[in-house]
Write a protein that binds this ligand. Structure first.
Ligand code: NAG
Ligand code: NAG
Ligand code: NAG
Ligand code: NAG
Ligand code: NAG
Length: 665
């Protein structure tokens, strides 16, 4: 009705045992949910000692910083009126809100000045930014690409609550854009991540391979780099005792998303700049490696252990690494035992005084909150569900392990396997055999864990079985799996998905081989269209969201041009000029090369503002199919980006996909 994403707040009160604070006696039942009261907030955060709540919110285009305590609103600064910087960043890439230890200062990241907006240019005069009439209002302003379109030149901003003043922290090297900032112990300096923006900005969303570094800057503007050169780093997290800073690290360029290492800097050693590796990149899994951002609180109270969740084969698991032994242990239920498995996905939200708060779900169980204390060495966590899930849906799911046959092995990375999650409605609607929808994730370096997904659940309720394939190159199978896909897109990944489909059909005679559909977005749309062209007799219908159709023509329009080269197996440097060889390889690996063979009806859903995969990609396929009289339907969403995530758009896409599958299966 509202066409907006509603958020609500629910409070749980946990009462611990009087003789053991690490054990929960009771969870008081929550009252009714309430509308999220600071609904229009951009950022919020609790102060470390007195538990004051800082909120940055926006009302009618103005940004306010509010400080709340148990007596109500204590302070309000009108950041727009102070006019020291542009809009505050609330994204997960740069955004932050950090309280100083003394609770008198806050820092966040904001646009240095609105990028030439309203025809004004801001100049730095006498210690302050002064608006000047802008002669160059048409000057192009670079930004950070898909989903970060309004982010160009971030600055670290410090608010002094005692005097009610905001200021921009000067001294950040001119060739980096700062973000993810936090106070150093003592509040006289700030740690931050700086992303290099010379010679030009490359898209950051879904890319953990951007050149960046960890810096420390003091309030006088003296800045030093703490991490190594030519690396990609992110997620700095300070231990509760202030002794150690951890962060994630990976290589520059190469796969857009990859297995990362966890680094630690001992604060006392900072002067020497010495860092050490706490957890290294994993090539072949026992433990499958780290792939995901750390929650903002991930340390145990004793500053010795770090908890995190990460892709792990077809699951998302919860892990603990001990700084002393560097041993990783799993804290989630036994993930390899799918018979006793209620939750396939464990996401760590926060750790507060050793209480871990986790969001658990599986394909047939919507997300639910669970809590448990960080265990002592060798002990298991005693998990407590705060509220039983509202329901578990009446469809089943299981995980398939797939081994490629010898002629589909990767010569450089032999012996890799992969997996898939199969979801099946338990009562096919009066039919003997169930149609199968192959649902393919994008990236390609991402994952389809056995977690709740409303599209999957909706289609399963409508009587479709779904197969979600984690083809080689997906996260959660080690760095070798990721590297194996470089240069092999359009063949290895296509064969893997097809192999998974054949495996599922073979193992489950109830699935109907004559009613196969392929759906997916981005690289998943690329694969869906490939399946249609390479196996035209197998697939009966397809629905694709912002698919890559012709990698050669995408080269000039994507915000991540480096990935266009890397995925096709070419080296990238900023000054790269396309060659006939590179363009030919990109074309050859693209679905458009097989478009003339496509017979199945195709539904295309395109976002007019997609910066990652231009909507003209889908348009190319649309014309190729139309000119051949092959059935195609195109839905155009002028205001949407790559993810088509506006609420009304999502509804539209789901209903159209369901109807399209229903009609053609
Ligand atoms: C904040 O400042 C802006 C610009 O001066 C002003 O238009 C707006 O009314 C102020 N908002 C509040 C809530 O004070
Ligand atoms: C970007 O900024 C412009 C102008 O301030 C605004 O109209 C637009 O809604 C913003 N876009 C996003 C995606 O925030
Ligand atoms: C940075 O590292 C990448 C690969 O990790 C390499 O291709 C590139 O040449 C390096 N650049 C510099 C300036 O060292
Ligand atoms: C997990 O489950 C698998 C399969 O049932 C079993 O082989 C393995 O021993 C279990 N691991 C643990 C730690 O319980
Ligand atoms: C379901 O999975 C698809 C493919 O990975 C993803 O794009 C989509 O955001 C997911 N939807 C939800 C509601 O999680």
């Amino acid at each position: 009705v509202r066409c907006s994403r509603l958020r609500y707040l629910q409070e749980f009160t946990l009462i611990s045992e009087s003789n053991n604070h690490k054990s929960i006696r009771t969870v008081l039942p929550p009252g009714p949910s309430q509308f999220f009261f600071y609904f229009f907030r951009l950022l919020s955060g609790f102060s470390p000692i007195r538990g004051l709540r800082a909120v940055i919110r926006e009302t009618s285009g103005h940004q306010l910083l509010e400080i709340w305590n148990c007596h109500g609103l204590r302070k309000c600064l009108n950041l727009t009126a102070l006019n020291k910087h542009g809009r505050v960043y609330d994204d997960a890439q740069f955004g932050c809100l950090s309280w100083s230890e003394c609770e008198n200062k806050l820092l966040y990241v904001a646009e240095r000045t609105e990028c030439l907006s309203a025809g004004l240019l801001f100049c730095f005069f006498g210690g302050t930014w002064v608006p000047m009439p802008n002669q160059d209002r048409s000057l192009y302003c670079e930004d950070w690409g898909e989903a970060l379109t309004n982010r160009s030149e971030p600055a670290i901003c410090v608010v002094d609550l005692e005097i009610g003043a905001a200021s921009v922290l000067e001294g950040v090297p001119p060739d980096v854009s700062p973000g993810q900032a936090l106070w150093a112990p003592g509040s006289q300096a700030v740690f931050f991540i700086g992303w290099y923006h010379e010679p030009f900005r490359l898209g950051l969303k879904f890319c953990s391979n951007r050149r960046s570094a960890l810096f420390k800057i003091d309030l006088c503007g003296h800045c030093e780099r703490l991490s190594g050169e030519n690396l990609s780093v992110s997620n700095p997290r300070l231990s509760p005792d202030g002794s150690t800073l951890i962060y994630l690290q990976g290589a520059v360029f190469g796969p857009h998303n990859q297995c990362l290492s966890l680094q630690q800097v001992l604060y006392l050693d900072l002067e020497s700049g010495e860092t050490s590796t706490l957890l290294d990149v994993v090539s072949r899994p026992q433990f499958a490696g780290m792939y995901e951002a750390l929650p903002s609180c991930c340390w145990s109270a004793d500053s010795q252990r770090v908890m995190f969740s990460s892709a792990c084969r077809n699951w998302k698991g919860l892990f603990l690494v001990d700084r002393r032994s560097k041993i990783v242990t799993s804290l989630s239920d036994n993930l390899s035992d799918s018979s006793s498995q209620l939750y396939g996905s464990w996401k760590l939200l926060t750790v507060q005084r050793d209480l871990m708060v986790v969001c658990c779900s599986s394909p047939n169980t919507p997300p639910t909150l669970r809590v448990g204390f960080v265990p002592r060495a060798g002990e298991a966590v005693s998990w407590q569900t705060l509220q039983e899930p509202l329901m578990t849906f009446d469809f089943s799911w299981k995980v398939l392990d797939v081994t490629p046959p010898s002629d589909e092995e990767n010569a450089n990375y032999p012996g890799l396997d992969f997996g898939a999650v199969l979801v099946k409605p338990s009562r096919p609607l009066g039919e003997t055999r169930t149609p199968l929808v192959v649902f393919i994730h994008g990236g390609p370096h991402s994952q389809f864990p056995a977690e709740w997904n409303s599209t999957t659940a909706g289609l399963a309720k409508l009587g479709f079985a779904l197969l979600m394939v984690n083809y080689r190159g997906s996260t959660g199978f080690g760095q070798h799996s990721i590297l194996s896909l470089i240069g092999q897109i359009g063949s290895q990944d296509v064969k893997d998905v097809q192999r998974a489909v054949l495996t599922a059909l073979e193992r489950d005679p109830n699935l109907d081989p004559d009613r196969l559909a392929a759906i997916g977005g981005s690289h998943g749309g690329f694969l869906a269209c490939h399946l249609l062209g390479q196996y035209p007799e197998s697939y009966k219908v397809c629905a694709a969201r912002n698919p890559v159709i012709n990698a050669a023509t995408l080269l000039g329009t994507s915000d991540i041009v480096d990935w266009r080269y890397t995925s096709a197996g070419f080296h990238y440097s900023y000054d790269q000029i396309p060659t006939a060889e590179a363009l030919a390889a990109m074309l050859q690996k693209s679905p458009i090369a097989h478009a003339a063979k496509i017979k199945a009806p195709v539904l295309l859903m395109l976002g007019g503002r997609d910066r990652r995969v231009s909507p003209h990609q889908g348009m190319e396929l649309y014309k190729a199919l139309k000119s051949r009289g092959s059935p195609v339907r195109l839905l155009w969403f002028p205001e949407d980006g790559h993810s088509l995530s506006r609420v009304d758009t999502q509804v539209d896409c789901f209903l159209n996909t369901a109807l399209w599958l229903h009609q053609h299966l």
